[in-house]
Design a protein around this ligand. Sequence first.
Ligand code: FES
Length: 223
Amino acid sequence: MGSEPITLTIRPAESGKKWSDESLERARRIMARYPEKRSAVMPLLYLAMAEDGRLTNGGMEQVAELVGITPAQVLAVASFYTMYKRERTGKYLISACTSISCMLTGGDDVFEAIELESGVPHGETDEEGLISVEHVECIGACGGAPAVQVNYELIEGVTPVKARELVRWLQQERPATINTDEMQRHFGGRRSFDWAVAEEASAVGPYPAFQPFGTVGGVGEGE
Ligand code: FES
């Protein structure tokens, strides 16, 4: 298969640190949305990443304690999805799709342009901790291929030239938040369709921008 083996071993918590009161309150509000607390595992894992900057053993143990399942069960969920990062990523996580629709429309060239302009290969982060780069499987924007995300905010119809401009913009401007409409205007091309409504939420870090997790900011902050 060629994929790396998954280690299903929980090591002792690195710090024993509990979450902040704010995060615990946020976790309680998230769990209240579900009939069963355990159904909140996936959103709580994003909260754990926001709390520690990455998904730690301690964070998974905290999630397990909150929802009443074992740490091994939490790890079984977390290890299945690539968006749960065990290693700290840069302030900006650039994800370039290289699945079939994007590959056929130049996605490999876009990904190579991002690697070359940033100097960061797949799965790595630059020394400053500013930019991480990865190629990913389909991100659901095949109609606007090739597609790229920064902190899970989407840009469609990206060319290698625009991809390089995107990297330089992140390096030079260092926006406080990342907004899909703003990036599409500057670095995108043909979209799958006109979404018609402006995207008001922006991502504040290398996590999806979800209001309940506190990982959103306003449009254009840092512009
Ligand atoms: S193949 Fe790239 S978004 Fe679907």
